[in-house]
Design a binder for this molecule. Structure first.
Ligand code: 13P
Length: 250
């Protein structure tokens, strides 16, 4: 049975350690009551909270929202993949649109990060997606092709795990999620691009996730109708009840 990924991106929230612990404990409690099936539940808190979160004795996995590509050295303010691995992180986001927009994360930098994350034996979650303007100009296909081609340049995927998340920028935090039919087309498009860059067997195995205004009402449609392998959840993951409802709706 294929795994379904349910990934919480807390972004730059909550603002205190106390609130973070309360949120995590309540997700833990709710998720213990919820049938998880073959779901892989991942929480990605702000980096500073990673060591304070105790995921045991649950099956919840930890992820990071960002990392640098060097292992150590004079890089003030950065966090290396080795540090994240040491904190029991299993996943790391790369190329989230907020990092592309506010922190100048280019496709070339994303490529270096992916290599470094894989080297540290973690799983990169590569986020791709078009802006509202690019969608209007019917450039989605071209944008996804470029983002995937540069981000994966030289990356060997044969025995390596990687997830791709389609996160249309216009759907993030807007309450206007992508239509599941449209998401299904993009899912197929991503598989086609991966087939061109690698081969059909790698494309078949690669999980493709959806993110952008997911809630407990629309979550199931992205899995069942759009055939996505999982979800990236921002706002709704800051509410333990809503997050658990999403888990049980799938
Ligand atoms: P929202 O669920 O708040 O739209 O955010 C999605 C997201 O950015 C996940 O990475």
């Amino acid at each position: 049975m294929k795994k379904t990924f349910i990934i919480a991106n807390w972004k730059c929230n909550p603002t205190t350690l106390k609130k973070t612990k309360t949120l995590f404990d309540s997700i833990k409690k709710q998720s213990n009551k919820t049938k998880k099936g073959n779901n892989e539940i991942v929480i990605c808190p702000p980096l500073v909270y990673l060591p304070t979160i105790n995921a045991k004795p649950t099956n919840i996995k930890l992820g990071a929202q960002n990392c640098y590509w060097e292992e150590n050295g004079a890089f003030t303010g950065e966090t290396s993949p080795l540090m994240l691995k040491d904190l029991k992180c299993k996943y790391v986001f790369v190329g989230h649109s907020e990092r592309r927009k506010y922190f100048n994360e280019t496709d070339e930098k994303i490529n270096k990060k992916i290599e470094a994350i894989i080297k540290a034996k973690m799983i990169p979650i590569l986020c791709v997606g078009e802006t509202k303007e690019e969608k209007k100009q019917e450039k989605t296909q071209q944008i996804l092709k470029t983002q995937l081609k540069i981000a994966l340049k030289g990356v060997k995927l044969k025995n390596t795990k990687l997830c791709i998340a389609y996160e249309p920028v216009w759907a993030l935090g807007t309450g206007k999620a992508c239509n599941p039919d449209e998401a299904k087309k993009i899912n197929l498009l991503i598989k086609k691009i991966i087939t061109q860059l690698y081969n059909p067997s790698i494309a078949k195995k690669l999980p493709v996730l959806y993110g952008g205004s997911v809630n407990s009402k629309n979550a199931n449609a992205f899995i069942k109708e759009a055939c996505m392998d999982g979800l990236l959840i921002g706002g709704a993951s800051l509410d333990a009840r809503e997050f658990s409802k999403i888990i049980s709706s799938i």
